[in-house]
Design a protein around this ligand. Structure first.
Ligand code: NAP
Ligand code: GFB
Length: 322
């Protein structure tokens, strides 16, 4: 039987499949299925990937041909500032176990997930893929950043020594359904949505931490998921690729807070809590490399994507991570 190139049977293991990005990939692959692809979405209930033996058992059980590696200790600014060591150690352990087992089982391709916060804090803008190792990251998240930078080093080392095809994507701040809406540990958009939900109930203003001035590029989880499938199916480089909305879509935290307040039709305005940290002022990323591959990719407008996420949170308040 002759198989057309590229239609070989793929068993795709998605580590961290129960989280924000994992759930979005689950939805995106249903919207754009391929006959030769079988996906397995893992959660930490399937085994602790910090544990080498548990990771080996998972790989021996599913025998993946491809891996989308999302599993990580993930959190917002304030969680990172409190737990830099845990972010460093937990993510180094998880990444080493997943990549080493992928190598041992002859996995054909691994796509890991970095983040634009790992780039040097003192840099020129816009940031591009060549700048990953050009200096220290921002002090608020150095633990997470160095653990993620190490993935890029590991990918090149596995390729150089064993010819492995391990690569990585670098998303900007992600948001969407199934996010972590915990007020202490989560990121800004889920944090604002949860606070707006409470403010609506209590007839109070929405409290925004910090000055509201920092700038961010936000990518909707479903858009990121579609781009992840493109990278899994068609991206052949070992070097990573930034997955981001255009630079022109960069917004301030104050502007995002206003979009969230409008989505809840809040009547008591917004107040700033300047006792809270701003973190990194900006991390403006270029998506020129991505646009080279997908010049016409349409990102969902931020306002529409936030409204959909607010709708999801209102409907799923009971099950949402809080
Ligand atoms: P998330 O919602 O917090 O999900 C994390 C996932 O990892 C969950 O499925 C969790 O399983 C799993 N996990 C965590 N520790 C584990 C362990 N020790 N063993 C096994 N599984 C474990 O995170 P996310 O926002 O989807 O992030 C996915 C990837 O995108 C991460 O690599 C993250 O660094 C990257 N990223 C995220 C953002 C963002 O803004 N969120 C931005 C850039 C890059 P349980 O559900 O069982 O806990
Ligand atoms: O999303 P966030 O926690 O992470 O915060 P970073 C972004 C900005 O939002 C900061 C402000 O300037 C915060 O001061 N902010 C305002 C809030 N209100 C809130 C709120 O209620 N909750 C939160 N969390 N922030 C992270 C890195 O940096 O980016 C992580 O620390 C990860 O490692 C992530 O990479 C993508 O964008 O500052």
């Amino acid at each position: 039987m002759w198989l057309i190139m590229g239609s070989e049977k793929k068993i795709i293991l998605v580590t961290g499949g129960s989280g924000l990005v994992g759930q979005a990939i689950k939805q995106a692959k249903q919207q754009d299925p391929r006959e030769n692809e079988t996906f397995i979405f893992l959660s930490s209930k399937d085994g602790d990937l910090k544990d080498p033996a548990a990771t080996q058992r998972i790989f021996e059980r599913y025998k993946p041909t491809h891996v989308i590696h999302l599993a990580a200790m993930v959190g917002g600014l304030f969680n990172n500032m409190k737990h830099n060591l845990d972010f460093l150690r937990n993510n180094i352990l998880i990444n080493d176990n997943v990549l080493q087992n992928s190598y041992k089982l002859g996995v054909k391709k691994v796509v890991s997930c970095l983040s634009t916060c790992i780039f040097p804090d003192q840099t020129t803008y816009p940031i591009d893929e060549t700048m990953i190792h050009n200096g220290p990251p921002h002090s608020s998240n150095f633990g997470y950043s160095y653990a993620k930078r190490l993935i890029d080093v590991q990918n090149h080392a596995y390729h150089q020594q064993h010819g492995c095809h391990f690569t990585a994507v670098i998303p900007t701040n992600v948001f969407g359904a199934y996010d972590n809406f915990n007020l202490e540990d989560g990121h800004v958009i889920p944090g604002l949505i949860h606070k707006a939900y409470i403010a609506k109930k209590e007839g109070k203003p929405l409290v925004v931490y910090g000055s509201g001035k920092p700038l961010r590029q936000f990518i909707y989880s479903i858009d990121l998921a579609k781009l992840f499938l493109f990278v899994l199916r068609e991206y052949e480089e070992i070097d990573p690729i930034i997955l981001s909305v255009d630079e022109s879509s960069e917004v301030s935290i104050g502007e995002v807070a206003q979009i969230v307040a409008d989505a809840f039709q809040l009547e008591h305005g917004i107040v700033l809590d300047s006792t809270k940290a701003d973190g990194q002022y900006k991390k403006t990323a270029s998506n020129k490399k991505l646009r080279g591959y997908l010049p016409d990719f349409q990102f969902m407008p931020l306002k529409d994507a936030i409204e959909r996420t607010v709708q999801w949170f209102n409907l799923n308040y009971n099950i949402a991570r809080k």
